[in-house]
Every structure is written in structure tokens, then in C-alpha cells.
Design a protein around this ligand. Structure first.
Ligand SMILES: [Zn+2]
Length: 57
């Protein structure tokens, strides 16, 4: 049995005002693109690579 590495790319948004990083999912729950923390509407897209290990069966 060996593990498989799965790379997933998480897209997040960082508020340019307060610096809070929110996931794309959190942002999509808002009525439009804005920071859930302070309401500022200029957000920078941040990509984070994550490695998930999955057991191969
Ligand atoms: Zn903010």
C-alpha cells in the first residue's frame, strides 16, 4: 500500500485593507466580492498549493 499525493490549489482572497485572507468559498457566500471582515472591496487573489496524502487502496 502506498500513498498518493494529490495537489490541490486553493484560491483565496486577501483584503488589501485589513489583510484578512478568506477562501473563495467564503467570498462566494457574500452578495458580491468584498471582505467579510471589513467590507472593503479590493481583494488580492492568493493561490495556495496544498498537498493531500490519500491512501491508495
Ligand atoms: Zn478587510
Amino acid at each position: 500500500m502506498k500513498n498518493i499525493r494529490v495537489y490541490t490549489t486553493d484560491i483565496s482572497f486577501r483584503c488589501l485593507k485589513c489583510g484578512k485572507v478568506s477562501t473563495a468559498r467564503e467570498i462566494s457566500e457574500m452578495s458580491y466580492l468584498q471582505c467579510p471582515e471589513c467590507g472593503f472591496n479590493i481583494l488580492e487573489k492568493v493561490r495556495r498549493e496544498k498537498v493531500k496524502e490519500v491512501l491508495a487502496r
